[in-house]
Design a protein around this ligand. Structure first.
Ligand code: GLA
Length: 390
C-alpha cells in the first residue's frame, strides 16, 4: 500500500524513467536496558514492523534530490555529494546525507548522486528511532546500489552511529542502529555493547501485547540533555578509574559500585552511575527471566527500570511518568516504563490482550486531563531488519 502511493509521488517529483529500487528499514523499541549502551552495558531491543520506506534512483551526476512524504512542506531538497558537511544541515535530509558522508569516511566511494523519496510510518518524535531507521535504510540502499558486499549489517549499524555522532552531533550509543540493522521477527536482541556480542531471544508473550504510548511532548533540548547524561557517566567513570582498573560502568555490579562510589565527587554523577550499573544488572536478569518464561518477574524489572530512569537518571518528566504510573494502576498490566532516550518520546507497556482497550481508554483519558493534550497508542509487533522490496 505504502509503496503504491510512493511510486506515484516519485514519478511526480522526479519522473518515472530509469531503475528505481525500493527498500525498507524498521523502527525499534527497547524492552529493557536504557542508557546502558554508551556505558559498556547490555541492551534488549527489538525491531518493529513499522519503519521507513525508501525509493531511490542513481543519477548520472553528483546531485542529490530528497523528498519526504512526511515533511511535504520542506519540498524537494536539492544538494550534491560535494556539499556533505557535518553539523550544518538541520533538516531531515541530514540523516541520509550523513550516511553518505560516513560511507566515504569509511573508504567506500559514492560517486553518483541520487533521487530519493522517503515515507515513514513510525510516528514522528515518538522515540522509536525514525532517525536511525533512515540511516540504516540509506546505508542498505548504498550497499546494494554500489555492490559493496563486504559491508555487513553490523557495519551498517556502526556507520549509522558514526554518522549520527559526527555528522549530526548526537553522541548516541549503538543500540538503535544495531536493533534496526539486525532485527529479527518475534525476537529481541540481547546485545552486550562492550564487545557487540549478541544473542537473539524469542519473545513469546502468550496473550500479552506490547502497547506503546507516545507522549507527543515536543522534545526541544533533548539532544543536548542526552549528551549531558553521557558526559556525567564519563565523569563518574573517570573518577572511579583513579581508584580501580575498570573499562566501563557496565563492568561493575552494584556491590562493586558501592565500594568505590565515594570516588565520585559530584552526587549527581553518583546517581547517574548508579542507574547505569543497576540497569545493566537488571537487563541481564530480565533476559534470563524471559527465557524462563517468567513474564511476571520480567515485568517487575521493567517497572524498576522506569523508577531508576525517573529517580537516578532523571530523564522521564511529568508526561512519561503520568503514562507509566497510570499504566501501573491498570488491570492486566505486566510492566510499564519509558523507552528510548526519554525527555518525551514514548512508553512501553506489556498488557494482557483482553485488557488493551480498557488500558488505552484509561491511560489516554488520565493523560489528556493531566497534561492537556492527547497521547497516541500503538499495539506493535516485532519485525525483521532491513530489506530490498523491489
Ligand atoms: C537513544 C540513543 C541510544 C540509547 C538510548 C537510551 O535512543 O540513540 O543509543 O542510548 O537513547 O537507552
Amino acid at each position: 500500500m505504502e509503496t503504491e502511493a510512493m511510486k506515484q509521488c516519485f514519478a511526480e517529483k522526479f519522473g518515472e524513467e530509469g531503475e528505481i529500487r525500493t527498500y525498507f528499514a524498521p523502527g525499534r523499541v527497547n524492552l529493557i536496558g536504557e542508557h546502558t549502551d554508551y556505558n559498556g552495558g547490555h541492551v534488549f531491543p527489538c525491531a518493529l514492523t513499522i519503519g521507513t520506506y525508501m525509493m531511490a534512483r542513481k543519477r548520472p551526476d553528483r546531485k542529490l534530490r530528497f523528498y519526504s512524504m512526511n515533511f511535504e512542506q520542506a519540498g524537494v531538497i536539492e544538494t550534491s555529494l560535494d556539499e556533505l558537511e557535518p553539523l550544518v544541515d538541520k533538516r531531515w535530509s541530514a540523516y541520509p546525507k550523513g550516511m553518505m558522508w560516513a560511507f566515504q569516511q569509511k573508504g567506500y566511494a559514492i560517486e553518483n548522486g541520487f533521487d530519493i523519496l522517503l515515507y515513514g510510518n513510525i510516528p514522528n518524535g515518538s522515540g522509536l528511532s525514525s532517525s536511525a531507521s533512515v540511516e540504516v535504510v540509506t546505508g542498505f540502499m548504498l550497499r546494494d546500489m554500489y555492490g559493496y558486499d563486504a559491508i555487513s549489517n553490523i557495519d551498517l549499524a556502526l556507520y549509522g552511529q558514526y554518522s549520527e555522532n559526527n555528522y549530526n552531533g548526537v553522541n548516541c550509543g549503538i543500540m538503535d542502529q544495531f536493533a534496526i540493522a539486525m532485527g529479527k521477527k518475534d525476537h529481541a536482541i540481547f546485545l552486550d555493547t562492550a564487545d557487540l556480542s549478541y544473542q537473539y531471544v524469542p519473545v513469546k508473550l502468550n496473550g500479552i501485547k506490547i502497547v506503546l504510548a507516545s507522549s507527543n511532548k515536543k522534545r526541544g533540548l533533548g539532544d543536548s540533555k542526552y549528551n549531558q547524561r553521557r558526559a556525567e557517566c564519563e565523569q563518574a567513570l573517570a573518577e572511579i578509574q583513579k581508584q580501580m582498573d575498570v573499562p566501563s560502568l557496565g563492568a561493575l555490579d552494584e556491590k562493586a559500585l558501592e565500594a568505590v562510589q565515594d570516588a565520585i565527587t559530584d552526587p549527581v554523577c553518583r546517581m547517574r552511575a548508579r542507574h547505569a550499573v543497576s540497569e545493566n544488572q537488571r537487563t541481564v536478569k530480565a533476559v534470563r527471566l524471559l527465557q524462563e518464561d517468567n513474564i511476571e518477574a520480567f515485568g517487575e524489572l521493567v517497572n524498576a527500570s522506569h523508577i531508576s530512569l525517573r529517580d537516578d537518571y532523571e530523564v522521564t518528566g511529568i508526561e512519561l511518568d503520568t503514562l507509566v504510573e497510570t499504566a501501573w494502576q491498570c488491570e492486566g498490566v505486566i510492566g510499564s516504563r519509558m523507552t528510548g532516550a526519554g525527555f518525551g518520546g514514548c512508553t512501553l507497556s506489556l498488557v494482557k490482550a483482553e485488557c488493551v482497550d480498557a488500558f488505552i481508554e484509561k491511560v489516554g483519558s488520565v493523560y489528556q486531563e493531566k497534561i492537556g493534550y492527547a497521547a497516541d497508542f500503538y499495539v506493535v509487533d516485532i519485525g525483521d531488519g532491513p530489506v530490498r522490496l523491489a
